[in-house]
Design a protein around this ligand. Structure first.
Ligand SMILES: *Cc1c(COP(=O)(O)O)cnc(C)c1O
Length: 224
């Protein structure tokens, strides 16, 4: 794809995000994080040149390679994947803007230990398995608020900013919508939370209408 192709795609996506967010409120601002996991550094550079600053990866190794290759650009890097404990230090070395997918207490304690040792803090979201799917990571909705408060209390170097969910894997729009509403209802009740990360290429408009203020878009921005 050329830079012009990327521009047409990005413009179209921004227009769709605008229509969805305006249906919520003129004050509802939505951030786009381009998920670059199936893309190269040269693709990212083209998208950057037309104004996209925030990128996300789901593997620590890929995040490391691409952030290093592109380190002369003022990009913002997000980590959205499942973090294994033995990769925590590698992630912290990259010092991402936001870690979206804190999905267990065990990981929280391990992360806290490593952050403390490095004298760092990390902006983090709690991942919620809102549709209670076996295949997905994250906390169950009914325990999420209590655990959020517990992490806030016991892990001072983890700077919790809100929640993240992946929409239900279903063809039924109502089921997907319900999964987003579940996460948004938890989000609304959390002390100090400002980020509700929901919505991917196939469901971002619905996610925004359910209150998402950060969408993670891969294939719709980097078409094959
Ligand atoms: C891959 C991925 C995305 C983007 O998926 P698309 O459907 O390509 O937009 C968003 N969030 C997470 C956690 C992902 O792993």
């Amino acid at each position: 794809m050329t830079e012009l192709d990327y521009k047409l795609h990005l413009d179209d996506v921004i227009r769709r995000v605008e229509f969805a967010r305006i249906r919520v409120s003129g004050h509802h601002i939505v951030k786009i994080v381009a998920i670059s996991k199936y893309s190269t550094s040269s693709d990212i550079e083209k998208l950057y040149k037309i104004g996209q600053r925030a990128y996300g990866e789901n593997k620590v190794q890929d995040l490391k390679v691409k952030s290093t290759e592109l380190d002369e650009l003022p990009l913002e890097w997000h980590f959205v994947g499942n973090l294994q404990k033995n990769k925590i230090n590698n992630l912290l070395d990259i010092d991402p803007t936001l870690f979206h997918s804190l999905d267990s207490l065990e990981l929280a304690y391990e992360l806290q230990k490593k952050l403390e040792a490095k004298d760092m803090t990390l902006d983090t979201l709690m991942q919620i398995n809102s549709a209670k799917e076996e295949s997905k990571h994250g906390f169950m909705p009914e325990v999420a608020s209590d655990i959020y408060a517990k992490i806030q209390l016991e892990c001072p170097n983890i700077n919790l900013r809100g929640v993240m969910s992946i929409g239900a894997h279903s063809d039924d729009q109502d089921v997907i919508k319900k999964s987003f509403e579940t996460t948004h209802n938890i989000y609304k009740e959390l002390e100090g939370a400002t980020i509700c990360s929901m919505g991917m290429s196939g469901d971002f408009e619905m996610a925004i209408e359910c209150g998402s203020n950060l969408v993670r878009l891969g294939s719709v921005l980097f078409p094959k």
